[in-house]
Write a protein that binds this ligand. Structure first.
Ligand SMILES: NC(=O)c1ccc[n+]([C@@H]2O[C@H](COP(=O)([O-])OP(=O)(O)OC[C@H]3O[C@@H](n4cnc5c(N)ncnc54)[C@H](OP(=O)(O)O)[C@@H]3O)[C@@H](O)[C@H]2O)c1
Length: 304
C-alpha cells in the first residue's frame, strides 16, 4: 500500500520519532512535524517536512497526527495542555499516540479527543532505534478500528507488522508486558556477565555459550559485546526502561499479579538512574552492578 500523498502530522522527534518520521517522508507522505526542541524539526525540513508551530497547529493542518513522546506526563501535556493536540482536534481528525504509556493515560487522551469529535488510536511499538530506522517496528495498536485502517499505510512505512488489539488499553498493556520481560532479561544478563567475570570466566565465552543454546537471542547478541567493553551507546534510554518497569509493576499491583523478578529488576534500574545513567542505553544497568561490586570490594578492603 502506498502513501497516495497522504498528509500526516508527527509530534516528538526523539531517537524513535525522528527515524519514524523520516521513513514516512521516504515513502512519499507529506509530513508536518513539531518537536519541543526545534533544531530536530529543521533537520527533517531539509528532507522535505513542513514545520508546525505547536501540536494544535499540526493537528489543524493534518487529517491524522502521530505522536512519539517520552512518557505519560509528556503525552498528557502535549495532548491536553495549552496549544495541545485536543485544541486542534475537530470531527473527522485522528490522533495516534505511539508513545509507551499506561492504559490510564491513554484512556484520558482518548476521552478528550472523542469529546471534540476526533478518533483516537494508541499504538506503542516494540523495537528500538535500529528497527525504527529500518522500518521494522512491531506496532501494537488499540482504539478506533476505522482510524487503524486509515493509518495502516503509515504503519506499513514504519513497521513490519501491525497488531490491532481492540479497545484502548490493549496496546499499552501489551507493550508494558513486553518491556517488563525485556527489562528483566537485560538485568539478569547483566548479573550473569558480572558473575562470570568475578568467577574468572571469559565473558566472551559466556556469550558464545548462550548464543549456541536455547537462550540465544538477538538482544544478547547485539548488546553483549559492547557491554563487555563497558560501552552503552544509547538506543533505548535507561530512564525509559525504568519508566516501563514502573508502569508494568503498577499494572501488576492493580491486577494483584505477583511480579517478584520484575520488582527486583526495577530496583536495579532505579539504582542505575540514581548513579546518573538515565540517558545512557538501558544495557548500562550492567554498570550499576559493576558499581555495587566496586563498592563491596572497597568496604571489604576498609574492613581488612
Ligand atoms: N528508544 C527505544 O528503543 C524505544 C523503543 C520502543 C518504544 N520507545 C518509547 O518511545 C517513546 C520515545 O522514546 P525515544 O527513545 O524516542 O525517547 P527520547 O529520545 O528521549 O525522545 C523523547 C521525545 O519526547 C520529547 N519530550 C520530552 N520531554 C518533553 C516535554 N516536557 N514536552 C514536550 N516534549 C517532550 C522529546 O523532545 P526533545 O527533543 O525536545 O527532548 C523527544 O521528542 C518513549 O515512550 C519510549 O519508552 C522507545
Amino acid at each position: 500500500m502506498g502513501s497516495d500523498g497522504m498528509d500526516v502530522g508527527f509530534l516528538g522527534l526523539g531517537i524513535m520519532g525522528i527515524a519514524m518520521a523520516r521513513n514516512l517522508l521516504k515513502r512519499g507522505f507529506k509530513v508536518t512535524v513539531w518537536n519541543r526542541s526545534p533544531a530536530k524539526c529543521e533537520e527533517l525540513a531539509k528532507e522535505g517536512a513542513s514545520i508546525g508551530s505547536s501540536p494544535a497547529d499540526v493537528v489543524k493542518k493534518c487529517p491524522i497526527t502521530i505522536a512519539m513522546l517520552a512518557d505519560p506526563s509528556v503525552a498528557l501535556s502535549v495532548a491536553l495542555g495549552p496549544d495541545g493536540v485536543v485544541e486542534g482536534i475537530s470531527p473527522g481528525k485522528g490522533y495516534v499516540d505511539m508513545s509507551t504509556v499506561d492504559s490510564g493515560t491513554s484512556s484520558r487522551i482518548a476521552e478528550a479527543v472523542a469529546a471534540k469529535g476526533g478518533d483516537f488510536l494508541e499504538a506503542p511499538v516494540s523495537g528500538s532505534k535500529q528497527p525504527a530506522e529500518m522500518a521494522t517496528l512491531i506496532i501494537l495498536a488499540a482504539g478506533s478500528k476505522s482510524l487503524f485502517d486509515k493509518v495502516r499505510p503509515a504503519f506499513d512505512a514504519m513497521g513490519k507488522k501491525s497488531f490491532y488489539l481492540n479497545d484502548v488499553g490493549g496496546g499499552a498493556k501489551m507493550k508494558l508486558v513486553v518491556n517488563m520481560i525485556m527489562g528483566s532479561m537485560m538485568a539478569a544478563f547483566s548479573e550473569g556477565l558480572s558473575l562470570a567475570d568475578k568467577a574468572g570466566l571469559s565473558q566472551q565465552t559466556l556469550l558464545e555459550v548462550l548464543e549456541l543454546g536455547a537462550m540465544g537471542n538477538p538482544m544478547f547478541k547485539m548488546k553483549g559485546p559492547s557491554m563487555i567493553d563497558g560501552k552503552y551507546t544509547t538506543a533505548f534510554p535507561l530512564k525509559h526502561q525504568q519508566k516501563d518497569m514502573r508502569l508494568a509493576l503498577a499494572l501488576g499491583d492493580e491486577l494483584a499479579q505477583s511480579m517478584p523478578v520484575a520488582a527486583a529488576a526495577n530496583e536495579t534500574y532505579k539504582k542505575a538512574r540514581s548513579l546518573g545513567l538515565g540517558d545512557q542505553d538501558f544495557s548500562a544497568v550492567h554498570q550499576a552492578l559493576a558499581h555495587e561490586a566496586a563498592n563491596a570490594s572497597d568496604s571489604a578492603k576498609a574492613a581488612a
